[in-house]
Design a protein around this ligand. Structure first.
Ligand SMILES: N[C@@H]1[C@@H](O)[C@H](O)[C@@H](COP(=O)(O)O)O[C@@H]1O
Length: 261
């Protein structure tokens, strides 16, 4: 696992957007797995800027969703499908045709999950999966004690995650669904490159447990330690509880330029 400490969220967004641009230059039809929440927004802004400047062509890119609320009506502005279309697909000049996501309105939720796993495999697998991290160490919506081998399935949110996400529902926790569909940890680990961005002091404990703690389902993000190409990008605040921060800085500063992340 590589840990890159950046000065702030904007620098993290730029670094990761450049990695995505490099991927798209190599493989224009790459399948990009995207996360929601506030943290990845600087990545999407930086990538959109590169596309608009002509620094990269994203017109053949494909976008895959990480997770979804269950039971929000079709087109609800806070369904993750709506968020990804608004924050990623439209700004990049793509259409819904290029988008893959699970159906959070399906009557048979497990069938929708199985179909989504199949669709990802059919599409050739995710090339680069972006991840945020919950304050409890979740990735996607894999809450603590999710199986490290899990596939896409329904999960029940912790009260902490519902409290954290209430800000997207005008602060009204009663509007935050209890149930979600999430790519499983096993599904996430199938992606060719995992890139987790964490910013702010509120993520410092979760980041330290992810990077320096044991691999344990109680910290779902620690599963990244099992992946052969996982990059954790953190700002100074999110890195503040890492014991090996100086080593991570030293390793990155001395990395050959051609290597990227
Ligand atoms: N399902 C999403 C996660 O994918 C995201 O990583 C997390 C953190 O969000 P934020 O980046 O807003 O802190 O929120 C939600 O729970």
């Amino acid at each position: 696992m590589e840990v890159v400490i950046v000065p702030d969220a904007e620098a993290g967004g730029e670094l990761i957007a450049e990695a995505i641009a490099a991927l798209l230059r190599r493989k224009p039809e790459a399948l990009l797995g995207v996360a929601t929440g506030s943290t990845p927004l600087p990545i999407y802004q930086a990538l959109t800027a590169k596309v608009r400047e002509g620094a990269v062509d994203a017109s053949k890119a494909r976008i895959a969703q990480l997770d979804e609320y269950v039971g929000l009506p079709q087109g609800h502005p806070e369904s993750y499908r709506s968020v990804v279309l608004r924050e990623v697909v439209e700004p990049l000049g793509l259409t819904e045709e290029s988008f893959l996501g699970p159906d959070g309105t399906a009557e048979d939720v497990q069938a929708a999950c199985d179909e989504y796993d199949k669709a990802l495999a059919w599409a050739g697998g995710v090339d680069l999966q972006l991840l945020g991290i919950g304050t409890d160490g979740h990735i996607g919506f894999n809450e603590p004690c999710s199986s490290l081998a899990s596939r896409t399935r329904i999960k029940t949110l912790t009260q902490q995650t519902r409290v954290d996400n209430a800000r997207f529902f005008a602060g009204d926790i009663t509007q935050v669904p209890h149930h979600v569909i999430t790519q499983g940890i096993g599904t996430i680990l199938d992606a060719r490159h995992l890139v987790l961005l964490a910013t702010g002091e509120g993520k410092a404990d979760a980041v330290a447990a992810t990077v320096e703690g044991p691999v344990a389902s109680v910290v779902p993000a620690s599963a990244l330690q099992l992946h052969r190409h996982a990059t954790v990008v953190v700002d100074e605040a999110a890195a503040s509880k890492l014991k090996l921060a100086d080593y991570f800085r030293h390793a990155y500063d001395n990395k050959p330029d051609w290597q990227g992340i």
